[in-house]
Design a binder for this molecule. Structure first.
Ligand code: UN1
Length: 538
């Protein structure tokens, strides 16, 4: 199958869900089918196979690394505005194919179609932002301390960038990494999540159609081992940058590998995002917003709310109204029903973790208000659409009497579960909001400007919302966290450029004779050297 044929298949339906793709690695502009394969299954309906994709062998990985290194040598020399125009064409392809791309995302990972459209839009926004960055990519001119000398800075590309991404945002988050890396003149190897290979292949074909030179964007499929094989090339200095979105545990390992090679990776890791409900909160807005913030995408966003911290005076009212709304949530097959709030869990490993938390949460002493575990025909959920036995569906889960010491409070579960925590005042709320290892997103509902100010200054998080969800960051603000949520790097907007470039400082000395910085400099305020002779004792 060549890329044109693959492109033809995408978006066309040959069964009730669509075609089955025979995917291949995308290396040097060619699809390489490989020998051993894994299947991508429709998360909403396990009877539907989206496609089969190769598991990377050592040779295929080596081929991708060699190809990306060769492509880098030419791509870095393409003027940045011309690189930008390729990114502009990419945004046009994505706009034209927005619906079919969203369809693949929904079918593959079981995210509501509306959210998938939003994901593709986030990638389009990113491309449009960086298209014009090709006409800036500013360096600086800097005054010298010596006459007849010029100083300046340039952004230089790093080389081959390896992107390792997760299943929950299989299109938008890769775009945050790949597009800025390309505008800066790097080449890319992308190892997408094994849960979303068809989405990744569709994205690769967008790059192909936009006319990026062959080998500038490469995609390698496989499970965790494919990532491990690729990471070996960091130590060999043939991969020059790693950008990873995923768990803090894997992020630490990648950080160690990159640290040994004296590279700084971009690490976007987990979260246990707090949402504070202050006494004066507008509950008519706070309740529906909290429902989406906690349960949207089945709680599988890094930015999903994990703990709701509520002022004691409105605790009961908030709890009762939230519970009432949570019980009405519609769940099910996202491909067939556009009205569901959330679909299935993306993978078996998330289900295992989710079911276990129902056990240890109770042992910890928390009270389960709602949460039936896995939804099946024999454990039905009242507002379910589709066949629950054909996917990994779980019911909305709500805990109370949760304290800071509990695992429930501390650990990211990555599913539709949230804790209610009662506090006596704002001081306790902010202290509680910071009392966990993560620091990705955060939110508060209040109308008190002074508390808004205190929240902004005292919360330990990379991102904060006031009267809004912990989720839903816009594509041109810096995205990233503090503490166990990352290593301080940021994605999106102008800030991400620091992750994919190194600064090069250049000086040009036009003086007719030797002049040394610091030593031949006249520091006198009037242009004359200061007279210190009287101060020196001989
Ligand atoms: C993620 O969960 O890794 O802010 C990314 C949001 C989305 C991106 C989430 N725009 O919720």
């Amino acid at each position: 199958m060549n890329t044109a044929e693959a492109w033809n298949l995408i978006g066309k339906q040959s069964s009730s869900y669509g075609p089955q793709l025979e995917g291949g690695h995308f290396i040097g502009g060619k699809l390489i089918r490989g020998s051993q394969h894994f299947k991508s299954i429709n998360s909403s309906d396990n009877q539907d196979i989206v496609g089969s994709f190769p598991k990377a062998t050592a040779e295929e990985v080596q081929n991708a690394v060699k190809t990306a290194n060769e492509a880098f040598l030419n791509w870095r020399k393409v003027p940045a505005p011309i690189r930008g125009s390729a990114i502009g064409r990419l945004s046009q392809v994505m706009e034209r194919e927005k619906e079919s791309l969203a369809w693949i995302i929904t079918r593959e990972i079981g995210k509501p179609f509306r959210e998938s459209l939003g994901e593709v839009q986030e990638a389009i926004d990113t491309a449009q932002f960086f298209q014009s960055e090709g006409r800036r990519l500013y360096g600086q001119t800097v005054p010298s301390e010596l006459p007849n000398k010029e100083l300046m800075t340039y952004r230089r590309p790093l080389g081959v960038c390896l992107m390792i991404t997760a299943s929950n945002f299989p299109f938008a988050v890769p775009s945050w990494k790949i597009i800025p890396a390309l505008i800066a003149g790097n080449s890319v190897i992308w190892k997408p999540s094994q849960d979303a290979p068809a989405t990744a292949l569709a994205f690769a074909l967008c790059f192909e159609e936009a006319g990026f030179p062959k080998g500038v964007v490469n995609v390698i499929f496989g499970e965790a081992q494919a990532g491990e094989k690729l990471l070996k090339y960091v130590e060999k200095s043939q991969i020059h940058k790693v950008s990873f979105t995923g768990s803090s545990a894997v992020g630490r390992k990648i950080g160690e590998i990159c640290g040994r090679a004296l590279q700084s990776p971009s690490l976007e890791l987990g979260g246990k995002n707090p949402l504070i409900i202050n006494r004066d909160a507008n509950l008519d807005k706070a309740i529906p917003t909290s429902i989406v913030s906690c349960y949207g995408t089945a709680g599988q966003r890094c930015t999903s709310t994990g703990n709701i911290i509520i002022h004691k005076d409105i605790y009961d009212e908030f709890k009762n109204r939230f519970l009432e709304e949570a019980k009405k949530i519609k769940i099910g097959n996202c491909v067939q029903d556009e009205k569901v709030l959330y679909g299935p869990l993306f993978a078996e490993r998330y289900l295992d973790n989710f079911l276990k938390h129902l056990e240890w949460g109770k042992k910890d002493g928390a009270k389960l208000l709602i949460g039936q575990g896995r939804i099946t025909k024999s454990n039905p959920y009242p507002h379910f659409s589709g066949d629950p036995d054909r996917g990994l569906y779980v019911g909305p889960t709500l805990w109370e009497n949760v304290t800071k010491e509990m695992r429930l409070f501390q650990e990211e579960i990555f599913g539709p579960t949230v804790n209610l925590v009662k506090v006596k005042d704002f001081d306790e709320a902010i202290e509680t909001a910071n009392a966990h290892a993560y620091g990705l997103s955060s939110a508060i509902f209040t109308n008190d400007p002074f508390l808004m100010l205190r929240f902004k200054e005292e919360i330990q998080a990379g991102m904060s919302s006031i009267n809004n969800s912990t989720t839903g960051a816009e594509a041109h603000l810096p995205f990233g966290g503090t503490k166990a949520s990352g290593n301080g790097t940021r994605e999106s907007g102008i800030w991400v450029l620091d992750s994919y470039t190194r600064w090069h400082a250049v000086n040009i000395d036009l003086a007719p004779k030797l002049q040394l910085a610091q030593m031949d400099v006249d520091y006198g305020h009037t242009g004359k050297a200061l007279d210190f002779s009287g101060w020196v004792k001989h």
